[in-house]
Write a protein that binds this ligand. Structure first.
Ligand SMILES: Cc1ncc(C[n+]2csc(CCOP(=O)(O)OP(=O)(O)O)c2C)c(N)n1
Ligand SMILES: [Mg+2]
Length: 667
């Protein structure tokens, strides 16, 4: 039996959602109406949360993976006591409102956050994987700091569309493997998706059996309006220690709209004035009232917040006890602002790491840098998609540092699941406490996780993407594995800092810049092949400015050659060739376009002076270089299977080609 006041709360979510979508004349009413009971039970009864502190580290996290149902989240947040007013709801989907079309964690227009929105969702499947990352973070932090201060659940509402997406399968498989028992997902099974009934596309699969096979605990709730059944399923899910939980909720989209419920007509368009009135009448409401919150609703909904406030007060005492240990306190405080401990810059400074050889691959230098900074980021968690042996992105300790249910380790074995890795890394960053979570694979496979990279940029998450095997120079594996257009494709994403260091020193410095200077997502691009150690170049200060001079001329230069990564060395050799012909050539290493973009004009002019012929050399397409230089040496085709050195020769990524291009310009 649903208590009358509970029913009123549930219907208020429905009414507010209908009204806001009607006011915007745009939005998705079906999900908020069908799943209103689940949101009510979560926010009013089940979740540990306190609207007075939306950053409380031990709060339960909620992810609305089906982000199109955003009004469900906004209505619930408003009613549960978050700082989201009825006026905010009235502005749903309007310019610079705190209630954008899909939930946005950090609003890119104003930089502010909608209180209570944990992650940006909308691209289906992403939120599913974000929750998995949050559960990984919780597990790691619980083992690191103890369950007195970190001990919470991760809830999500996922839709048919979420579960059709491949990324959800990867993430579910990973969650089963890692035994993430704190994960509790509600599946909104309403038999409808955008194009119509799921009989068109998604009814031959037995979703419950699929999740059982992944190692999840699956329960059924036959009627989404049965709040008692929801509560007991959630309680059972909470009792799980090793299996993630999927509660398979059978719901009716758009319930209780008399004419639209159960149809795709309720999915993505306002119900219409008349139907909203009819629906309110069906609920026993006065159809003339809009944005109305009946007496008693705030009070009942606020039960969750009141319980949460008490829990938070008790937690604060436990945290104070933890912080009596100064070392623990420092690690805790730095972890939650996403910063490395004091001293990391010094550990990565030139001269501190003994490279041992005159030349080594930047992926190997990356590994040595990780060893050096490892003690300064005790809660950094990351890994690769079954390529950590090739990308060299493991913390020292290897398998002994593996993250498992019973182990504090921070090396995650993602398996061959790039999509899921991307979403999980984002989830860890959104959770907080994990300093610079990272994910790694070959640069070419970055495309597999591009959706997640884009979300990390859109929501300004402090993640690191580490992509190695960065050009045709990887050699024999051939064009399937050789990136050509990928640097351009990554640079095309706004708010993403791409760094392609040219040698071991720049690699260590790039990691320092990522850990100490960047407060958004970063991509670190590393080579498979050996690169000589640059000597005499002032990498510190250079890398962080995006570009700097690695070869000066006594008099003003007659030409400038710009290289990135391995091609910095090609550019230096080209300058030597040209010098022999009497030309004074300045060489610039340009690890990051975005960081150079952020410098003032005077600095940019000093590196890439106007009026001097400028040539870029990079083993990839030239798209975009026109902004910086007059001509480019590039590769405008797919690669081929052959030794890397031969490919560079055949595709003209050579000192001679760069020198010839300069000669053409100088005339
Ligand atoms: C990756 C991705 N592809 C397509 C869409 C467009 N889209 C939004 S909702 C939806 C499907 C809706 O079905 P379901 O997830 O069952 O939601 P419901 O209609 O039940 O609310 C689609 C295709 C999207 N948001 N993300
Ligand atoms: Mg559906």
């Amino acid at each position: 039996m649903t208590e009358p006041i509970d029913q009123l709360c549930i219907d208020t979510i429905r009414a507010l959602s209908m009204d806001a979508i009607q006011a915007a004349n745009s939005g998705h009413p079906g999900l908020p109406m069908g799943m209103a009971p689940a949101a009510f039970v979560l926010y009013a009864d089940v979740m540990q949360h306190d609207p007075a502190d939306v950053d409380w580290q031990d709060r339960d996290r909620f992810v609305l993976s089906a982000g199109h149902g955003s009004m469900l989240l906004y209505s619930a947040l408003h009613l549960a006591g978050y700082e989201l007013s009825l006026d905010d709801l009235r502005k749903f989907r309007s310019w610079d409102s705190r209630t954008p079309g899909h939930p946005e964690r950090e609003h890119h227009l104003g930089g502010w956050r909608t209180p209570g929105v944990e992650v940006t969702t909308g691209p289906l499947g992403q939120g599913f994987g974000n929750g998995v990352g949050m559960a990984i973070a919780e597990q790691h932090l619980r083992h690191t700091f103890g369950e007195e201060v970190q001990d919470h659940y991760v809830y999500a509402i996922v839709s048919d569309g979420d579960l059709m997406e491949g990324v959800a399968s990867e993430a579910a498989s990973l969650a089963g493997q890692l035994q993430l028992g704190r994960l509790i997902y509600l599946y909104d099974d309403n038999d409808i998706s955008l194009d119509g009934p799921t009989s068109l596309s998604f009814d031959s699969e037995d979703v419950s059996k699929r999740f059982e096979a992944y190692g999840w605990h699956v329960m059924d709730v036959q009627d989404a309006n049965d709040v008692d059944a929801l509560r007991s399923a959630l309680a059972e899910g909470k009792a799980e220690t090793t299996r993630p939980t999927l509660i398979h909720v059978h719901s009716v989209i758009g319930y209780p709209s008399p004419n639209k419920q159960g149809t795709s007509g309720a999915h993505g368009a306002p119900l219409g004035e008349d139907e909203v009135r009819l629906t309110k009448e069906t609920m026993g409401w006065d159809p003339d009232l809009t944005f109305h919150v009946p007496d008693g609703v705030y009070e009942r909904f606020g039960a969750g917040a009141r319980k949460g406030a008490e829990a938070r007060a008790a937690w604060q005492e436990r945290l104070a006890t933890l912080k009596e240990d100064a070392d623990q306190a420092a690690v805790w405080d730095k972890a939650w602002v996403g910063e490395a401990l004091e001293g990391v810059g010094d550990a990565l400074a030139p001269g501190k790491i003994d490279w041992g050889k005159p030349a080594l691959a930047s992926r190997v230098a990356g590994k040595m840098a990780m060893e050096a900074f490892s003690p300064f980021v005790p809660t950094m968690v990351g890994g690769a998609a079954d390529l950590s042996g090739s990308t060299n992105t493991m913390f020292p300790g290897g398998d002994d540092e593996r993250l498992t249910r019973d182990h504090v380790g921070r090396n995650v074995y993602y398996g061959v699941r790039e999509h899921a890795m991307g979403t999980a890394v984002n989830g860890m960053a959104a959770h907080g406490g994990i300093v610079r979570p990272y994910g790694s694979t070959f640069l070419q496979f970055a495309d597999y996780m591009r959706g997640a990279i884009r979300i990390s940029a859109l929501s300004n998450l402090k993640v690191a993407w580490v992509f190695t095997h960065d050009s045709v120079a990887l050699g024999e594996d051939g064009p399937t594995h050789q990136p050509v257009e990928h640097l351009a494709a990554l640079r095309a994403i706004p708010n993403l800092t791409v760094l392609r260091p040219g040698d071991p020193l720049e690699t260590a410095e790039a990691w320092r810049v990522i850990l100490e200077e960047l407060d958004g997502p970063a991509v670190l691009i590393l080579s498979r092949q050996n690169l000589p150690v640059l000597t005499g170049a002032p990498v510190v200060g250079g890398v962080g400015r995006g570009a700097y001079i690695v070869r000066t001329t006594d008099d003003p230069p007659q030409a400038v050659i710009v290289g990135t990564g391995s091609e910095v060395h090609t550019a230096l050799e080209a300058a030597d060739l040209l010098e022999a012909e009497g030309l004074k050539v300045q060489v610039v290493s340009m690890p990051s376009w975005e960081l150079l973009e952020a410098q003032d004009d005077a600095y940019r002019q000093s590196v890439l002076p106007a009026g001097v012929p400028k040539v870029s050399i990079e083993a990839g397409i030239a798209m975009g270089w026109q902004k910086w230089v007059d001509a480019s040496v590039s590769i405008e085709r797919f690669g081929a299977s052959a030794p890397g050195g031969e490919l560079l020769e055949r595709f003209g990524i050579t000192p001679a080609a760069a020198a010839a291009k300069v000669q053409e310009l100088v005339g």
